[in-house]
Design a protein around this ligand. Structure first.
Ligand SMILES: O=P(O)(O)OC[C@H]1O[C@@H](O)[C@H](O)[C@@H](O)[C@@H]1O
Length: 226
């Protein structure tokens, strides 16, 4: 597909998969694959990569691409019978040429709107009809914004519940420099200790060895520093 403008380029990525490159004038960029609706690259104005993408990522749909920002929908985690982190990351999304307006209009030039709709095959696994929209926008200063909107399109008016996450793999130069703040006093399940429950005591989570923990309570605001 030909380039649309300097800010948004539709092209082919690894294994001929469709991808969209967003660029801003200062040199920052982001790449989004239609497979999984997944951001796989985010570079700042110095062309430094901010996201981790595994060298073992296969780019073979319907396997999720290992790295970047995976969209977990309609499930984050492993509750119930659905596959871990839901199926949205395994599906081929489409470019949404005519998205509904956003409440707050932004002046971004580098953005793409994607949409994922239920498939009849999928309704057998998760009996709901939906539209899942995602806008990926790159600001002039290189900030990356993801906006998700989920619409229930069940024809019988039945409501559904879901969980959602941006499963983000950050690229980190020195893990010992990373601190995650704002989790103090919250309970978590430790995946490396049979999902035993603990309460976070420290004012910052730091990483001296492998850590795999799930904080289930809402924990905002929190912040990372690298
Ligand atoms: O291998 P998956 O399904 O992509 O999951 C990646 C990771 O997802 C995290 O949410 C889990 O806490 C980890 O245990 C897991 O390794």
């Amino acid at each position: 597909m030909a380039s649309e403008n300097v800010y948004v380029e539709h092209c082919k990525g690894v294994n001929g998969l469709d991808k969209v490159i967003l660029r801003e004038i200062r040199g920052c960029s982001a790449e989004v694959y239609l497979d999984g609706g997944q951001v796989t690259s985010w570079k700042n104005e110095f062309r430094e990569q901010l996201l981790f993408l595994s060298s073992k990522a296969t780019f073979k749909p319907p396997n999720a691409i290992r790295g970047g920002i995976q969209i977990c929908f309609p499930l984050f985690g492993t509750i119930g019978s659905l596959e871990q982190h839901g199926f949205a990351r395994n599906r081929l999304w489409s470019v949404d040429r005519d998205p509904p307006p956003f409440p707050a209009n932004t002046s971004h030039r580098a953005f793409v709107d994607l949409i994922l709709r239920h498939s009849e095959e999928e309704v057998k696994i998760w009996p709901h009809r939906y539209e899942c929209r995602l806008r990926v926008a790159l600001g002039p200063g290189g900030d990356l914004m993801l906006t998700s909107r989920i619409r229930n399109t069940n024809t019988d008016g039945k409501s559904f519940t879901f969980t959602f996450a941006y499963h983000t793999y950050f690229s980190v130069t020195d893990i010992s420099e990373v601190r995650v703040e704002g989790l103090e006093t919250l309970d978590y399940l430790d995946n490396l200790k049979n999902r035993e429950r603990f309460t976070e005591q420290g004012d910052a989570l730091t990483f001296e060895s492998e850590v795999s923990v799930d904080f289930h309570k809402q924990a905002y605001p929190f912040s990372w520093s690298f």
